[in-house]
Design a protein around this ligand. Structure first.
Ligand code: ZN
Length: 453
């Protein structure tokens, strides 16, 4: 775990191609990064610090640690269960109903397994949307797992309980949140947030109660945003704000995107699941043009791999496809470059997974960039032995990189992976934890239907 009070030079990364994602620092073809305690203190060429531990980063690209803004870590052991999902009921009946079977220890083990795999894959930060809080102990188990792994986490407390749950089911969640705020307010890497009740399942009044409490406690919020019109509904109720991060929002119209942009808000897109589920992807381009702070998530390992590089790559290609399709339909084909078209370069997608994601979690002032004063969360991507792509190194990250290329992971100044091996977590232990969950959850008759997303 990082030593947050030590301000002495502790780590000097030497000779990397640095993609700082910071306007002032810019890119360096051969740069060094000095880390003192949990912060970056200098980025530049030819740095020296006699007492620092040296990391030889020649042949590597240094990027801010990737941040997933929409992930259900509790579903990690359910990998593959939704591989050929098609209908909404497929997800409900195959994946979501299993949550009734998760005991307290299952939440710990599943969250631990997911968090370890994320760290191993270069995902230093996550918004873990835990919509499987069936008791206060379930919540405590999720938090315990994140404390153990030391991933920078906004753990979003699920407000939706079982179908037909009595009002007390909601009341204890609110009470527990208040109690957690007192206990975990300054937990360093771990913060508690709120996963609001989905508007289509709860009521606006219920959600308003949750939002009021979250704002009183200074907690960030997130919400599944699937049916059209919910962003407008939140705005009309005076509830919309940059502290609520909607996930998906594929049905958002341009007015809703303007409302989000005006308040400085963002959307977490999970394009692999959304695209595979047949949702409209024009929202990616419309949100970008409107100035919405777009970020990315994996959503669920039940459907796709814990691989944010793949999410960046697919999103870039989807956004190119949306632009190209519009050109073709307008009779401008074969393609020609025009002002504003195409809209995005590969580098924009690295912004989504770093700078924008940090902003969406309320940490934009100190996370998501490699710059003096920022929290030292970073990844070194190995480009050897096959070599770096020509052109922008950001394109290498978005289009040529996978989790297997992640050489080094630093979180809060602590080296968590080096030489492609986790330093203080055991992937085999994570695998064993996931298997334990499967043995407990997937045996016996199917659970009674009663829960909903
Ligand atoms: Zn989700």
């Amino acid at each position: 775990m990082p030593e947050t009070t030590n301000r002495e030079p502790s780590l000097l990364i030497k000779g990397a191609a640095v993609l700082s994602m910071d306007e002032t620092v810019g890119d360096l073809t051969n740069g060094d990064i000095l880390i003192s305690g949990d912060r970056i203190t200098a980025v530049g060429p030819g740095l020296s610090a006699p007492d620092a531990e040296i990391v030889d980063a020649r042949g590597m690209i240094a990027i801010p640690g990737l941040i997933d803004t929409h992930m259900h870590a509790w579903q990690t052991p359910l990998k593959g269960l939704h591989a050929d999902g098609w209908t909404f009921d497929d997800y409900q009946s195959r994946v979501f109903h299993l949550r009734e079977r998760f005991c307290v220890e299952d939440i710990h083990d599943a969250t631990f397994a997911g968090s370890v795999q994320m760290l191993d894959s270069g995902v230093t930060g996550v918004l873990d949307f835990c919509h499987n809080v069936m008791s206060p102990d379930h919540a405590e188990a999720g938090l315990r797992a994140h404390r153990r792994t030391g991933q920078r986490t906004l753990w979003a407390y699920g407000m939706l309980g079982s179908f037909d749950a009595p009002p007390e089911d909601h009341a204890w969640r609110l009470e527990h949140l208040r109690e957690l705020r007192g206990r975990t307010g300054d937990d360093g890497l771990l913060r508690v947030g709120v996963a609001l009740s989905s508007l289509e399942f709860g009521s606006l009044d219920r959600t308003a109660t949750e939002i009021a409490l979250a704002r009183e406690l200074g907690m960030r919020m997130t919400v599944h945003q699937n049916p059209a019109g919910q962003i407008r509904a939140l705005h009309r109720a005076g509830l919309l704000g940059p502290d609520i991060l909607p996930a998906h929002a594929n049905a958002a119209d341009d007015e809703e995107l303007e409302l989000l942009a005006e308040c400085g808000g963002g959307i977490s897109f999970t394009p692999e699941g959304e695209f595979g589920g047949g949702r409209s992807m024009t929202v990616l381009n419309r949100a970008h043009r409107a100035g919405v702070c777009s970020s990315l998530g994996i959503d669920t390992a039940a459907r796709v791999s814990i691989d944010l590089f793949a999410a960046m790559r697919l999103t870039f290609l989807l956004m190119r496809n949306v632009d190209a399709a519009a050109e073709r339909e307008a009779g401008r084909y074969p393609l020609e470059r025009r002002p504003g078209t195409p809209l995005v370069e590969p580098r924009h997608l690295l912004e989504y997974a770093t700078v924008n994601a940090a902003r969406s979690l309320g940490l934009g002032h100190e996370l998501g960039r490699l710059a003096p004063g920022c929290l030292a969360d970073l990844v070194l991507v190995d480009t050897e032995p096959y070599g770096m792509a020509l052109g922008d190194p950001a394109a290498h990250i978005v289009l040529q990189t996978g989790p297997g290329d992640v050489d080094t992971v630093v979180v809060g100044g602590a080296v968590r992976k080096r030489g492609k091996r986790l330093t203080d977590l055991d992937p085999a232990e994570a695998g064993a934890a996931a298997r334990r969950v499967r043995e407990r959850v997937l045996s016996g008759p199917p659970p009674a239907k009663g829960a909903r997303e």
